[in-house]
Design a protein around this ligand. Structure first.
Ligand code: NAP
Length: 484
């Protein structure tokens, strides 16, 4: 298979917070890899901006170190890196003061596409937007990129939207949820809407339930104090899991275009029902073998914040009535795994003997590790011995069908940053989507706070609290095995 890399147009990309963790781990390596693939034209320039005093040469050294550290060695080629560094510039700037802004204004090329990546804490978004405007740096073609957390609740998300809206139109604002940039997530849309096979079955009549799992093996060490003000519901469910749920549950958009897709996602969020008290399980990890407890990591012995959550969610519309979505996410779990499982119903009548081994079809969409999809189907076990049935995966991971290079998929950040330059907002969250997601989240959080509930403890390295298993068992269902 020949890969087609279409270069983007020339641009100036300014990374505010260009010396920070996100820039070094994700943004700069992603840009290097796009450069290496020939997608960035000669006129594509990247300007780091932060308070640290250094010149362009000093920043190039920071960039080179980040690329060497976070890009796989096979792709870290000295000549490519040297050419990439020629694109890099740096401005020492203070988001809250006057330093550096005149300097940045002079370096921008107003006729080109402009992107401003706000890779700083949300408290600085307003200051940056204000100064970009005041110094006439952002032209009409400017786009800004903001990261999660986009607010802490509905009120703060609205305030952030209003702050950005003072100086930028909605079509200029790119709210990143990197889950949407994953190859498999887009493939989910291709599978749903590019085939006749799935969509007619994609409803309560044929789908028993959907499970979405995002499990991490790490704890909150290092960012415990921040996390303790947030918790799994706000940190993961409100954004990543909700976005995945939307892509599974949404109606077919009329076109694969930004607002057509986002309109349909918004309808799903608005159709989410409040969660009943017995349909939610919150947990906190305990100390493990050489690992601290959640409360110790958070340095809060009385913390009521959840490091794990499982929910049974109902989408109140014709398509999904009676088909629940089970969501779970947690830290310090047995495996690092993100996947969506669509479990179909059993055939209405079995013509085979009861113990032949027939079981329901499952479509599993793996986001990590090993991005890919498989569909389990029931077939006859080969050989003599009568009609014995066996479930086998129809592997839709792309290697065999499309060749080895098809498995070499770009990281989500590579795709999303190129989409910003191209001006394609399909994979970014719109302001009203974010607000609707917070409105639902706030309601769920307020309900458990009113009940005064505390999270239950769970063993480090486990699948989460026992109660989360029971949440499924009592519906005669179970979570898929948590394996890597
Ligand atoms: P970080 O490591 O603390 O970096 C912050 C950056 O902002 C640094 O480059 C810092 O450089 C710069 N900065 C701070 N105050 C500034 C000011 N007044 N003017 C100009 N620059 C300033 O943070 P991060 O982890 O990269 O996170 C950045 C944003 O992304 C945050 O909103 C975070 O929540 C979000 N995020 C991060 C990750 C991640 O993996 N790290 C993942 C998802 C979302 P100087 O000190 O030199 O100014």
């Amino acid at each position: 298979m020949v890969s087609r890399v279409i270069p983007v147009e020339p641009f100036d990309l300014v990374i505010f917070g260009g010396t920070g963790d996100l820039a070094r781990r994700k943004i700069l390596p992603a840009l290097y890899l796009r450069h290496r693939d020939g997608q960035i034209p000669d006129d594509g320039r990247i300007i780091g901006a932060a308070r640290s005093e250094m010149d362009a040469a000093g920043y190039r050294e920071t960039v080179a170190e980040a690329v060497r550290q976070f890009v796989v060695p096979a792709k870290c080629e000295p000549e490519q890196l040297a050419r990439f560094l020629e694109r890099i510039d740096y401005v020492a700037i203070d988001a809250t003061g006057t330093r550096g802004w005149g300097d940045l204004a002079e370096r921008m090329r107003p006729d080109l596409a402009q992107a401003f990546y706000f890779s700083v804490g949300p408290a600085l978004f307003g200051d940056l937007a204000e100064r970009l405007h005041q110094h006439k740096i952002a032209g009409p073609r400017a786009r800004i990129v903001v990261e999660k957390p986009f607010g802490h609740d509905l009120a703060s998300a609205r305030a952030l939207n209003a702050t950005l809206a003072c100086h930028f139109d909605e079509h200029q604002i790119y709210r990143i949820d990197h889950y949407l940039g994953k190859e498999t997530v887009q493939n989910l849309m291709a599978v749903r809407f590019g085939n006749m096979l799935f969509e007619p079955l994609w409803k309560n009549q044929y789908i028993d339930h959907v499970q979405i799992t995002v499990a991490e093996t790490v704890g909150v060490e290092g960012r415990g104090a921040y996390y303790d003000r947030s918790g799994a519901m706000r940190d993961m469910v409100q954004n990543h899991l909700m976005q995945l749920l939307c892509l599974i549950a949404m109606e077919p958009p009329s076109k694969f275009e930004p607002d057509a897709v986002r309109d349909e996602k918004l309808k799903v969020i608005r159709a989410l029902q409040p969660v009943e008290a017995d349909e939610i399980v919150r947990g906190q990890y305990q100390a493990g073998d050489g690992t601290a407890s959640y409360r110790d990591d958070a340095e809060n012995p009385d913390s009521r914040t959840e490091s794990f959550i499982a929910l049974k969610v109902h989408v109140a519309n014709w398509r999904w009535n009676g088909t629940p979505f089970y969501l779970r996410t947690g830290k310090r779990m047995r495996a690092r795994m993100s996947e969506i499982v669509v479990r179909f119903k059993e055939p209405p009548h079995s013509i085979f003997e009861e113990d032949t081994g027939q079981s329901a079809n499952e479509l599993a969409i793996r986001l990590q590790p090993n991005e890919g999809m498989d569909l389990t189907v029931t077939i006859k076990e080969p050989g003599p011995g009568g009609m014995r049935l066996v479930n086998v995966p129809l592997d839709m991971t792309f290697a065999e069908a499309l060749g080895e290079e098809a498995t070499d998929v770009p990281d989500a950040y590579e795709r999303l940053i190129m989409d910003v330059i191209r001006g394609n907002q399909t994979l970014f969250m719109r302001g009203d989507e974010v607000e609707a997601a917070w409105a639902w989240t706030d309601q769920v959080v307020a309900a458990w706070e009113a009940r005064g509930e505390k999270p239950v403890p769970y063993e480090a390295g486990s699948t989460g609290p026992e109660e989360a298993l029971i949440l499924m068992h009592r519906d005669a269902r179970r979570w898929r095995e948590l394996n890597t």
